[in-house]
Design a protein around this ligand. Structure first.
Ligand code: ZN
Ligand code: ZN
Length: 407
């Protein structure tokens, strides 16, 4: 694995005056793209550079984040091949349809591959992710549109143009590429019914869990952050978590020792942090102390663990909220004591994907660096190493957080 300085692959273009069918000089006919050809089968192929219509954009990809939803599609084959994945995309506009207004060739932009219609029944209920238009993917590098960010160029269709966000000169492409994932977190946070000073558990401190921790801390909430990787808990602490807890190192925490560098018990060392085991009673103790025995006001599961869900539910106060953010795999059932929901009014709900109406707020947060996402980006891979990038993101190791592909 190798990394390279981000500036190396950025591609500054001088501003070009807006006239019809602007084309920059050096757009080749073909490009490199990483094509999904079947379960765990990604191939570097040569594809034609996408052609655009008069109401579309062609963007040269500079950065594309590796997202767990793509990893699942690649590993479980939930969609048909061939496709080019990658939807957390930022780059430079290199060709502009004659009828497109508000953009110029050379603009550095962040893209959203889903944009709701704002007009249908679902949209009127603010269920944007359930809107039929939203479910269509409007960015492609060829084949069935699937994001296309793991390629050198993408075609941005008309209906997702409202999701194009300009990146100021002082910000990086990577900060642009993080707009979409941060949006999904902010949308979820807004669904929590919290008061300043409330206590929230965030289970899982991967890139998404850490953004939850940071956004909640910025809003004056007490965050209890848990993860199996102490390196992640260290960042959670720096990002404002009130307490951090590693279920593999309960004793350290009990005695007030910072949870870093401890040795994990040999029988509880999973490869990924996605499946935490049942924690000891220590987490209970932490919650009790922090809330004076009242219980958590909310819990966010940024890990797809049913055990963590059951435990989090038991740690909630009556009327508390349990938010599922990572349970995206269909077809598995789990046992629940539903009296917790009915009698104790502990709500369980999910949040999925982004909220178009939060786009400006997300841009302000990230581009102003009030939420500075740069420390999250630990690895950058060249396009031909996309499979390695996905492998790393699927099996996080200490020191690895957000993984970017830089075509
Ligand atoms: Zn994503
Ligand atoms: Zn709609």
């Amino acid at each position: 694995m190798f990394t390279f300085p981000p500036r190396l692959f950025s591609w500054p273009l001088p501003p070009v005056p807006l006239i019809f069918n602007i084309v920059t000089a050096e757009i080749p006919r073909t490009m490199r793209a990483v094509v999904y050809r079947g379960i765990n089968d990604l191939r570097l192929e040569t594809l034609p550079v996408p052609r655009i219509r008069s109401d579309e954009l062609l963007v040269k990809v500079a950065a594309c984040g590796v997202c767990p939803t793509d990893i699942k599609k690649i590993q479980y084959g939930t969609v048909s091949p061939p496709r080019v994945f990658g939807h957390e995309t930022a780059g430079t506009i290199v060709r502009l349809g004659a009828r497109v207004r508000g953009f110029r060739v050379g603009d550095r932009v962040a893209l959203h591959h889903h944009v709701p219609c704002l007009d249908c029944h679902a949209c009127r209920h603010r269920s944007f992710a359930q809107c039929a238009q939203y479910k269509r993917t409007g960015i492609t590098a060829g084949f069935e549109p699937a994001g296309g960010g793991y390629a050198e160029y993408v075609r941005v269709m008309r209906f997702v143009l409202p999701g194009v966000v300009k990146i100021p000169a002082r910000n990086t492409f990577v900060e642009g590429a993080m707009q979409e994932p941060v949006n999904t977190v902010l949308k979820a946070v807004k669904r929590l019914n919290l008061l300043r000073g409330d206590a929230v558990l965030v289970a899982g401190q991967g890139p998404i869990g850490l953004v939850f921790t940071r956004l909640l801390a910025l809003q004056g909430l007490k965050v209890i952050a848990t993860d199996f990787l102490s390196s992640r808990l260290e960042i959670a602490r720096q990002w404002g978590a009130t307490r951090v807890f590693n279920p593999k190192e309960p004793d350290q925490l009990r005695h007030g020792v910072p949870p870093s560098g401890g040795k994990a018990p040999t029988n509880t060392t999973p490869r990924s942090t996605l499946h935490p085991p049942r924690s000891s009673g220590v987490l209970n103790e932490i919650v009790d102390r922090l809330t004076r025995g009242r219980g958590l006001d909310a819990a966010v599961l940024a890990v797809p663990s049913d055990e963590a869900m059951t435990e989090a539910q038991s740690l909630l106060r009556g009327g508390g909220q349990l938010l599922l953010f990572a349970h995206t795999r269909r077809g598995t059932l789990t046992k629940l004591d539903l009296s917790n929901v009915c009698v104790d009014e502990k709500d369980i709900f999910g949040s999925y994907s982004a909220d178009f109406t939060l786009q400006k707020e997300v841009a302000r947060l990230v581009l102003s660096r009030r939420l500075d996402i740069r420390p999250l980006i630990t690895h950058e891979f060249a396009l031909e190493k996309t499979a390695e990038a996905i492998e790393l993101a699927a099996h996080p190791q200490p020191g690895a957080l957000k993984v970017m592909v830089r075509p």
